[in-house]
Design a protein around this ligand. Structure first.
Ligand code: HEC
Length: 265
């Protein structure tokens, strides 16, 4: 066989080979309003997503890069931000007997962490540390699509594929609540995070029906909004700069024609 053909054969077999066991499934692409260079955030969805984060995710996950005042950009007035901050408690040193003290948060505070340190987080979560979510849709391979797929992709334990072949060790991981939960979008298809969402997990102020799917969509939108601060402003500025440069280019063409108008061929 010609070397070229042999090479093609190798490529073909690589392309057809099944991914290693435990590789996270490919997350289906979602139609996010914030996708693409001209996208924008639906602030109503961002606000609902905040409600889901605060009501559900914040008991395990931190958002260390976010200050309460940043949340004003969701479309809140400064009074609303102050009220929102006041619904959280932050650590405020220790009292005379050494007990931790807490106070209501103010807009200048950062969002508090749910656990004092990684050991406390591990002890409460089957040995896994819930990652900080400040940049999760940027750093998580698969981005927002995979966060959404993970949140909505939990499978009942019985659907775990039967252990056969060389990858049996990986697949035989028991899917009991003590060890993890079956989810094709998690590494190894097992995650230590219990299914966080269910229908009506949080009340929605705007009358939207809080189904588990809707909550997953909204909290993913909120996390994407948090991950790229000022995204909409930057896009608007980009469009403005683009239009300005087009205008300038037109002026330069006119100017050039005028300057060279007396030169004939
Ligand atoms: C009961 C605690 C708990 C709650 C509530 C919770 N998580 Fe998690 N989460 C975890 C733990 C623990 C992990 C780490 C899982 C692992 O490493 O197996 C995790 C991991 C994640 C990951 C990364 C997944 C990965 O494959 O590494 C994302 C994204 C995530 N959580 C999002 C959320 C969102 C969004 C919410 C709220 C809707 C939420 N979590 C609620 C405990 C929680």
């Amino acid at each position: 066989m010609l070397p070229v053909l042999a090479g093609a054969g190798v490529f073909a077999s690589v392309a057809q080979a099944a991914p290693p066991p435990g590789t996270p499934a490919h997350a289906p692409a979602q139609n996010w309003s914030f996708k693409g260079p001209l996208g924008h955030f639906d602030l109503a969805a961002v606000q609902r997503g905040y409600a889901v984060f605060a009501g559900v995710c914040a008991s395990c996950h931190s958002l260390t890069q976010v200050q309460f005042s940043d949340l004003g950009a969701m479309g809140l007035t400064s009074d609303q931000v102050a009220a929102l901050a006041a619904s959280w408690q932050v650590a405020a040193g220790r009292d005379a007997e050494g007990h931790l003290r807490h106070r209501k948060a103010t807009p200048d505070d950062m969002l508090p962490r749910p656990y004092a340190d990684a050991d406390a987080a591990r002890a409460a979560n089957r040995g896994a540390v819930p990652p900080d979510l400040s940049r999760i849709t940027q750093v998580y391979p698969g981005g927002a699509d995979r966060v959404y797929a993970l949140l909505t992709g939990y499978k009942p334990a019985q659907t775990l594929p039967l252990a056969t072949g060389p990858d049996a060790a990986v697949r035989r991981v028991p899917a009991r609540p003590e060890t993890g939960f079956v989810n094709p979008y998690a590494i190894g298809h097992i995650t230590a995070m219990p299914p966080p969402l269910r229908d009506n997990a949080v009340p929605y102020a705007d009358g939207t029906q809080p189904t588990a799917q809707q909550e997953a969509r909204d909290v993913t939108t909120f996390l994407a909004w948090v991950s790229i601060p000022h995204a909409d402003d930057k896009r608007r500025l980009g469009v403005g700069v683009g239009l300005y440069l087009c205008f300038l280019a037109c002026l330069l063409v006119i100017l050039k024609r005028r300057i060279w108008s007396h030169v004939t061929k």
